[in-house]
Design a protein around this ligand. Structure first.
Ligand code: FE
Length: 201
């Protein structure tokens, strides 16, 4: 590829993908929700297999999408993106949500709409599974603009402080590793992304 940065010119929204299996509810951050057909009204979402929510959707065939707005705070990304439902119950201390008719929660703050969906087909993509799903319900929650990945990086993610230190900055969450060499197997303590998502400062 002449320039891999061409991939960064693609634009994305940001969403909380939620599911429920038995008594357990969980959600994660995704940027991969797309409407693919209107008749029938269908969406796709690609989900990393490492996500706990992924397995819940495989097992139940149902999920909700909270469409995040520009009012969403970094706390929402920390809560749903930087920790796993395998380790914590993300419903603990969660405020500003409601339960849709399918029994799965959606966010009522920092989101401008929600969709409920039923999986009709899955495609194994190796690291991810692509779910094709019928939209079964949904509602508008506010008229605040939907947040984009670019807006997140510019306005929501904590901005790196000017520093004279040498080190490496996580491009995802802004965490700074101090040191000349970043270990190859380094994992960001905040967002759990690997060394390839760090840039030299
Ligand atoms: Fe990080």
């Amino acid at each position: 590829m002449k320039n891999n940065s061409a991939m960064f010119k693609l634009s994305y929204g940001l969403f909380v993908l939620s599911a429920k299996e038995g008594d357990k509810s969980n959600g994660c951050i995704v940027n991969t929700v797309q409407q693919v057909t209107t008749t029938p009204n269908r969406i796709t979402v690609a989900v990393n297999k490492a996500n706990f929510t992924h397995d819940m959707i495989v097992n139940t065939g149902e999920f909700n999408v909270s469409i995040l707005s520009e009012e969403v705070t970094f706390d929402t990304f920390k809560h749903f993106g930087f920790q796993s439902g395998r380790d914590v119950n993300k419903m603990d201390g969660l405020e500003n949500y409601e339960i849709a008719e399918n029994g799965i929660f959606y966010l009522t703050k920092g989101a401008n709409a929600y969709l409920t969906a039923k999986v009709v087909q899955t495609v194994d993509l190796g690291t991810h599974t692509l779910f094709l799903a019928d939209v079964t319900d949904g509602d508008v929650l506010s008229n605040v603009e939907s947040v984009t990945y670019a807006y997140y990086h510019k306005n929501i993610k904590p901005q790196p402080q000017e520093t004279k230190k040498t080190g490496w900055r996580c491009k995802i969450c802004g965490y700074i590793y101090e040191g000349e060499e970043l270990p190859e197997d380094f994992i960001c303590p905040i967002c759990k992304h690997g060394a390839s998502d760090f840039e030299k400062i």
